[in-house]
Ligand binder design. Sequence first.
Ligand code: SF4
Length: 310
Amino acid sequence: MKKVKALILFSGGLDSILAAKILMEQGIEVKGITFESYFFNSENAKKGAKEMKLPLKIINFSEEHLKMVKNPKYGYGKAMNPCIDCHILMLKKAKEIMKKEKFNFVATGEVLGERPFSQNKKALELIEKESSLKGYLLRPFSAKLLKLTIPEKLNQVNRQKLLDISGRSRKRQIALAKKYKIKEYPTPAGGCLLTDLEFGKRLKELFQKYLKCKGNDIGLLKLGRHFWEDKIKIIVGRNERENKEIKKLAKKGDVLIEMKNYPGPSTLIRNYKKTKIPKKVFERAKKITQYYSTKARAKKDVNFEVKEKL
Ligand code: SF4
């Protein structure tokens, strides 16, 4: 008999590891698919897949993902996390691969009711519909509480061996982790910057001031202290590593400020207005730079180096 093949959205978190195990236990051939964007990487997925010897396909969809994050059809969760749209986008990609590589169905580690925004019954149905996977999307954890899927109807998957987990309690997942001897795993949604409230505030502000922002602008959001002057941004490094990173991300038109005679932060001015930077912005940037150097803070003899990136 031809082997049943499943493609699973694999983040490397406990839920995706367990969902893959549940299917593998039924003799199904499972392959993982994971994504990289400006807001999350594939490190956890790579680690988890390696440990359980799961073949893994990595897709970088940064540009497309950023476009969606700017304007998600179904809105954001608590922070700037557009989880419903994000899942739809991932599953659309999974569907393309399912068709191309002849998988029987797509699976996820979603649990009914685990996340109020994106995993309630309505949201799960919506995600299935919008990703055009109707009938071909299996959620092994909650399958018994959801509609029968096509692979279940075709006996490619044994429904009896699937689960009926719902809600936010992690008890049954923890018990399963013990059963499968899984000791280490990252926290749920760990690693996605979009669920971070502080990062979300920065991102929201950037979208309000400059919706055309690109990957480089998002990269800067992950570093330093941020100050706005109208549509001009001042970013101040908090340590040696950030100073280096900020300099690396500087691009044509940016201004870099450092103190010549004291150690301290590297400061970058990025002008989203594209008009001449007013003098008061330079003065403010210098003041902030000096303030965040404990050695220079109270000094009167600070000399600055101001360089425009050409
Ligand atoms: S937590 Fe992040 S990666 Fe996960 S669905 Fe939400 S936005 Fe996407």
